[in-house]
Design a protein around this ligand. Structure first.
Ligand code: 28G
Length: 639
């Protein structure tokens, strides 16, 4: 191989560049965990998306191959194969071996998509055991191969194709010596690719999983783009009006797209994107949107006497109650600021979104007075409820300030005061709560029994939520406060364990609890403090020996081992209440023997998290059943 190559100074630099990537992969792709592994796919797909945004590609196919290598195919122009005058190698080789090559496209077009660090194909190449690129253009098929970022075969013509066929194909196998995880998660790729398809209207993205014959190919293709994204997010909710409000424009080099629709819930679900990447911390684009929304609705409500002269202006929160919205901006040189460098800082994005939304929303409201009236009326109701909530909240605040030692009466607290050692079990029902109190290790385990079904925070306004006894008990027991008052350092237990019956009702209660935590103290989930206990489904007794089974498969396994005969006694637990304290300890609470599921959320496709909750909480029955069955099958609630 070395005989083929005469290493020039530039090529030596290339090797040093890629060596840097392999030495510190985290610097380039964030991490070498599962997240980084999936990030490789996004980097390659982003290049195809750029080709689509440039107007030359309308289909991208992503395959997870049997060996967990990935193939991406696009029908763009095909990467350039002509020799790079300076580097003395084909342009495609520059793309794959030169760090930062092709970062910005010249000639008016710009690179708009891009991953976590926007470093592209060469980083993927450097972190792959091998990578092969095939190019279809000018009636020829070209191919080149690299190993760990190093060119191992020169670019060759390997065949002919029709002149009309053009595009690029990349297959890479992530380097198992670099990544801690090398198995691709179908659902993670599915969610992100769906999101990308929503964000690029008209682009068709196909996902194939060659590892699983049963799995059918998925196709994501949305002519309506983010309008369909909003429709999708609201699919298990009741929309307040049939229209999706849509604004689009380009100001000062910033391409702006906004879609929104209100539903009958009380929570806002706005997602913002910069160059197709989610910005959970918002920034100037978000600020511009909020400003335009508040101003436009207040102007409209005043002008049309929906808001009386003596009444106060609607706040942004009032107007955004129950709003689902997508804000997508594309700009050439996004600047990120803030502690985690995740907030968009470009001020031209603020003014661009503000002006596009103000102008087009004003027009929409004038054209659709019934819709305008529905939104204004809902906002005015929200304004009144917010005033009531403020009173109720001030009341709870004062209470906790005065009697900050007064933990809820029903709480059986643990004696250890170091939160790191402490766990709190949130238990459904007083009787199970009683058993848990007897069973627990009182040093480190606290028990908080809750009565029956807890309030669905998706379906209640703040005033009602703050007045709810079960919710107040959890807030004071956890110690962190909520929303703006939230302070993780005050958390009293480093494990919050939800323990509910192993049936559909129990799953529903768990989800109500998770929804509350997610909406009011999301950091607890983000930082991994929330768990689900796993009580057994069956008790099997034979000759005075006892086994517990946590699933039907496990039951069958045990019966196979001990023999299926009439001396077996099988008890199906219908609820926690059927276990005595000792059994509850052995099966579900003993840290040495229990199974805990940690509740996690993947921020890569954050819009899906919201969906998990709303699907369960919404009024429509069908989507809810699907979710519960899905989780029953997989045996967890990994949100
Ligand atoms: C299959 C997986 C990933 C790509 C293209 C097409 C062109 C290109 C890519 O050019 C360098 C910089 C600006 C021209 C551009 C082809 C113009 C003419 C392209 C991909 C040269 C990059 N013909 N398709 N890069 N430009 N697909 N898919 O990576 O000046 S990357």
């Amino acid at each position: 191989m070395s005989s083929d190559f005469d290493y020039s100074a530039e090529q030596i630099q290339v090797l040093e560049g890629l060596e840097a990537v392999r030495k510190r992969p985290g610097m380039y792709i964030g991490s070498t965990s599962s997240r980084g592994l999936h990030h490789l796919v996004y980097e390659i797909v982003d290049n195809s998306v750029d080709e689509a945004l440039a107007g030359f590609c309308d289909t991208i196919e992503v395959s997870i191959n049997k060996d967990n290598s990935i193939t991406v195919i696009d029908n763009g122009r095909g990467m350039p194969v002509d020799e790079h005058p300076k580097m003395k190698m084909p342009a495609v080789e520059v793309i794959f071996t030169q760090l930062h090559a092709g970062g910005k496209f010249g000639g008016g077009a710009y690179k708009v998509s891009g991953g976590l660090h926007g470093v592209g194909a060469s980083v993927v190449n450097a972190l792959s055991d091998w990578l092969e690129v095939t190019i279809f253009r000018d009636g020829k098929i070209y191919k080149q191969r690299y190993e760990k970022g190093i060119t191992v075969s020169e670019l060759k013509v390997i065949g002919n194709c029709k002149k009309s066929q053009h595009g690029s194909m990349v297959t890479f196998k992530p380097d198992g010596t670099i990544f801690e995880e090398t198995v691709y998660d179908y659902d993670i790729l599915k969610q992100r690719l769906r999101e990308m398809a929503f964000l690029t209207k008209g682009l068709k993205i196909i996902l194939k999983d060659e590892r699983d014959e049963e799995r059918e190919d998925r196709e994501f293709h949305y002519q309506g783009g983010i309008k369909e994204f909003v429709q999708y997010l609201n699919r298990s909710k009741e929309a307040l009006y049939p229209n999706i409000i849509y604004c689009e424009g380009k100001v000062d080099g910033v391409a702006v797209e906004v879609a929104m629709q209100h539903n009958d819930s009380y929570t806002e679900s706005t997602y913002s994107f910069v160059n197709n990447i989610n910005t959970p911390e918002g920034g100037t684009h978000m600020a511009g949107f909020r400003n335009a929304l508040t101003k436009t609705f207040n102007d409209y409500a005043r002008k049309n006497s929906l808001l009386k002269e003596k009444e106060a202006n609607l706040t942004g929160d009032d107007i955004r109650e129950g709003l689902t919205a997508i804000i997508s901006v594309k700009l050439e040189d996004p600047q990120f600021e803030g502690q985690t460098k995740q907030k968009l800082g470009n001020s031209e994005a603020r003014s661009a979104v503000d002006s596009v939304v103000s102008e087009q929303l004003t027009y929409f409201l004038e054209q659709n007075p019934q819709v305008a009236k529905i939104i204004c009326e809902k906002s005015i109701l929200a304004q009144r409820a917010r005033a009531a909530a403020r009173k109720a909240r001030d009341l709870t605040r004062r209470k906790t300030a005065l009697e900050n030692t007064s933990l809820p009466g029903k709480l059986a607290d643990c004696t250890d005061k170091n939160p790191e050692n402490c766990e709190i079990y949130i238990v459904e029902g007083d009787s199970a709560g009683g058993s848990a109190k007897t069973a627990r290790s009182r040093n480190t385990q606290a028990i908080l029994p809750l009565r029956g079904k807890i309030l669905n925070v998706e379906k209640a306004r703040l005033d009602k939520i703050y007045a709810n006894a079960e919710i107040k008990a959890m807030i004071t027991a956890f110690g962190t406060g909520i929303h703006d008052d939230f302070d993780i350092s005050k958390l009293r237990y480093h494990k919050i364990i939800l323990m509910t019956d192993a049936d559909v009702d129990g799953a529903h209660i768990s989800t109500l609890l998770l929804t509350f935590i997610y909406r009011f103290m999301p950091e607890l989930i983000k930082q991994g403090y929330v768990y689900l206990a796993q009580p057994p489904l069956y008790k099997i007794e034979k000759n005075k020996k006892v086994w517990y089974a946590y699933s039907d498969e496990e039951l069958n396994q045990i019966l196979k081992e001990i023999g299926r005969d009439s001396s077996n006694k099988i008890q199906r637990y219908k609820g926690l209440g059927e276990m005595d304290a000792e059994q509850l300890w052995e099966t579900t609470m003993d840290p040495e023997r229990r199974i805990l599921l940690r509740v996690t959320m993947d921020e890569a496709a954050s819009s899906e998290i919201d969906l998990t909750f709303t699907t369960l909480m919404g009024d429509k029955v069908e989507p809810r059943r699907e979710f519960i069955e899905m989780n029953a099958k997989y045996g967890n609630l990994d949100v």
